[in-house]
Design a protein around this ligand. Sequence first.
Ligand code: IPE
Ligand code: IPE
Ligand code: MG
Length: 243
Amino acid sequence: MPKDPLNGELCGPRHVAIIMDGNGRWAQARGRPRLFGHHAGARRVREVVEACPGLGIKYLTIFAFSTENWKRTQVEVAGLMSLFKRYIIKETRTFAENGVRVRFIGDRVRLDAKLIELMDQLERETADNDLVHLTVALNYGGRDEVARATKRLAKDVAEGKLRPEDVDEETLPKYLDTRVLPDPDLVIRTSGEARISNFLLWQSAYSEYEFIDTLWPDFTASELERLCKSYGSRERRFGAVPT
Ligand code: IPE
Ligand code: IPE
Ligand code: MG
C-alpha cells in the first residue's frame, strides 16, 4: 500500500463502496439457479471485511439490494430476503467479536418485520465496535434516499426548525441515511457493467471509480488490495488545478 511521503501513513482509500454485481451470471455459467450465485456472493463478504484493517479501510459500504431489485421474480426476491436473514444470524457473532460495526442504509418500510428485527439487533450488538464500519445498503436507492431526506428536511422547515435560506450543501447530507459516514473515496463495481445503478448518488460526487470484470462471487481480498494500490497512485483534484 502506498504511503504518504509527508507523514508515512497509508494513503489508500478510507471509505470503499462496492456494487456487488454478477451473482446471477456466475451461477448461470455453472448451470445453477441465480440464488446459488447470491449464496456464493454472500460468502465473499467476510474475506473482504477482514481485509479492510490491513488496507487502511475504515469504512466499507456494500450494495446488497436496490429499490429496483423488487422488479425481479418473486422467487428471487423471497430467496434474497431469506438469505439476508440467514446471513445476519450466521455472521452476527463474527462481526461483534471482530470489531466490525454494522449499519444498514435504505428504506426499511418494505422489509418484513423479522428481517428488520435482525437488522436492529445486529446494529445494536456491534454498536460499540470501531475497527471497521460496515454499511449494508438494503432496499437502498440513491434517488429514494434523497427524496426521503428532502421530506424530513421539508418537515423541519414547516415546523420552523430550519430556515429555507440556511439550506446549503452541508444541510442535506445531515438528512441522508449516510449522515454519520464520510463520502466514499473509491467505488468499485464488479461484473463489467459501467453504471452506478442508483448507488450513493449524492455521496459519490467526487469518488474515484473502478469498474472491473470479475463477477462478485470471484472477488478476493487480493483484488481489493490491487484496487487500493491503484487508488493510491491517482490524483484527486476536486476541481482545482494541481500545484
Ligand atoms: C448482484 O448480482 C446482486 C443483486 C443485485 C441482489 P445480480 O443478481 O445482479 O447478478 P447479474 O447481474 O444478474 O449477473
Ligand atoms: C445493482 O445491481 C444493485 C446491487 C448490486 C444490489 P443490478 O444488477 O440490480 O443493477 P442493473 O440492473 O444491472 O443496473
Ligand atoms: Mg446485476
